[in-house]
Design a protein around this ligand. Structure first.
Ligand code: FRU
Length: 500
């Protein structure tokens, strides 16, 4: 259908046909970034879960690969991760003669959940051809606790204790269980992280990763837990905790189990962190969707999009608490000629409009501040500090608004003015509370077909939203209400398509 074409992103990964949800097996092998994913190849609906595959050298130009896992009598192939067993700790990678081309390939293994209706277990498959195909090992399952809600293993090598660590959820008990292993096949229970933050119905897709504390030489560990359903915004969301990991147990910073949400909109779920990157390169990708309406979104032959690759770290905020920071990676390399925006000051009640190319991803960077005092409006109300809005629109009267309120210091996004998808759960607007009493904001956004990503105040607030205009949004306006705005920075770029 025309929608399938119009909504196909040009720099975000999406499957050519079928249904895609979680990113799986994210790993950098020294040459390629692998992206496996939950995939139903036969219909644009969830279920009948396989692992699809793609790889890329730059995280933007993805080359499709074959299906690497299929449903078997042991169940569907649910989410999991990839690791490289450099030292063959598992014994699964017997040495090959140097003349065998496979001897040059990394010792790639994937750890995933086999999900049958009554049993979920953790299983392993290995690749000897650089991650193109995988063979399930005969010792499967490697971890079975006789549970029907035990899934989504994420494994990393913990050098200080010289062993592999797996985080995996007991989803209905709202627990992240930690296991340790020296050989990837025998796993010992180490600890549980539980009863913290939001529960939802299921805990899913745990990730534990060490990241930089910005502006210091310190690091912190992030415990990321996806929950579905039960998000404050509805449906699925991912929460995070900041703390420390001692090789056995995760403990929250300062013994305060404070949690945050990774997103102030509702279309970023089941994120996974790349394996085999350094701490300073910590990178994640999430599924750009929500279980509440992922099977209803208006495509006919394919469904599912991934977020842009994002660098993650943590930053101590003005209130002293440490928060997650996400920034898109590599967009600079995709920029085409900048679209001129020759205005630096917007008096109260004015609008400036710029035309945009159709069917091209757009990056917009803005830093603006609102003047402290509002002017009297024509109707006699003076009111408080005003609002600044960025409206993407088209001649059909559709509008997608991103706004900043100078009084409450909130940033909001409103997609309710788009007419391509009406669903009771497709929430129309979202807002994020920024630093109080600061009438200034910075925003980096990417609009690409059916996706909008907002990185606010250098990545400390992030909003990810599906957007479905009936026609492409081909202009952007900047408007003030009763307060003038000073624009310190404004850059708009079309981005070169990286996907066919
Ligand atoms: C998360 C999830 C996982 C599961 C997979 C099934 O979105 O529900 O818990 O492994 O999707 O496709």
């Amino acid at each position: 259908s025309p929608q399938d074409y119009q909504y196909r992103p040009s720099i975000h990964f999406s499957p050519s046909v079928g249904f895609m949800n979680d990113p799986n097996g994210l790993i950098y092998d020294g040459e390629f970034f692998h992206l496996y994913y939950q995939y139903n190849p036969i219909a644009p609906y969830a279920g009948y879960v396989h692992w699809g595959s793609a790889k890329s050298k730059d995280l933007y130009s993805w080359e499709d690969g074959p299906i690497v896992l299929k449903p078997t009598t042991a169940g569907e192939a649910f989410s999991g991760c990839a690791i490289i067993d450099h030292d063959n700790t598992s014994g699964l990678f017997p040495a090959l003669p140097a003349t065998d081309p496979r001897s040059k390939e990394p010792n790639l293994a994937i750890v995933y959940t086999r999900a049958a209706p009554k049993l979920q277990t953790q299983d392993i498959a290995i690749s000897r051809d650089g991650g193109t195909t995988y063979t399930e090992i005969s010792a499967n399952p490697v971890l079975d606790i006789h549970s029907n809600s035990f899934r989504d293993p994420k494994v990393f090598f913990h050098a200080p204790s010289g062993r592999w660590i797996m985080t995996v959820v007991q989803s209905r008990l709202h627990k992240v269980s930690f296991y340790g292993s020296f050989n990837l096949k025998d796993w010992m229970h180490l600890s549980d992280f539980e009863s913290a933050g939001l529960f939802g119905v299921d805990y899913e897709c745990p990730n534990l990763i060490e990241v930089q504390l910005e502006g210091t030489n310190e690091t912190r560990w992030l415990m990321l837990i996806s929950i579905n359903p039960g998000a404050p915004q509805g449906g699925s969301t991912t929460q995070y905790f900041v703390g420390f990991f001692d090789g056995e147990r995760f403990t929250a910073e300062d013994a305060h189990t404070v949690f945050g949400l990774t997103d102030f909109c509702k279309d970023s779920y089941a994120l996974q962190c790349y394996e085999n990157l350094s701490i300073s390169q910590a990178t994640m990708i999430a599924w750009l969707g929500n279980w509440q309406y992922c099977e209803q979104v208006p495509h006919s032959t394919w469904r599912g999009v991934m977020t842009l690759p994002r660098h993650i770290s943590v930053r101590r905020d003005t209130d002293g608490w440490i928060r997650l920071v996400q920034r898109p990676i590599g967009l600079e390399n995709l920029r085409l000629s900048q679209i001129p925006t020759p205005f630096h000051h917007l008096p109260a009640l004015t609008t400036q409009t710029v035309a945009l190319p159709k069917n091209q991803a757009i990056e917009l960077i803005i830093k603006a501040s609102l003047e402290p005092r509002s002017q009297m409006l024509p109707d006699g109300t003076s009111g408080r500090a005003g609002r600044f809005t960025i409206d993407f629109s088209n001649a059909q009267g559709e509008k997608l608004t991103i706004g900043f309120d100078g009084f409450s210091c909130q940033l909001w996004v409103e997609r309710g003015g788009l007419k391509g998808f009406m669903d009771p759960f497709f929430t129309r607007e979202f807002s994020a509370a920024l630093t109080p009493d600061v009438r200034e904001f910075s925003l980096r956004l990417v609009y690409d077909a059916c996706t909008l990503e907002l990185y606010v105040n250098d990545g400390i607030a992030v909003g990810t939203a599906l957007v479905f205009p009936q026609e492409p949004l081909d202009r952007v306006s900047f408007s003030t209400t009763n307060t003038a705005a000073n624009i310190q920075q404004l850059e708009v770029y079309p981005l070169r398509a990286t996907m066919p």
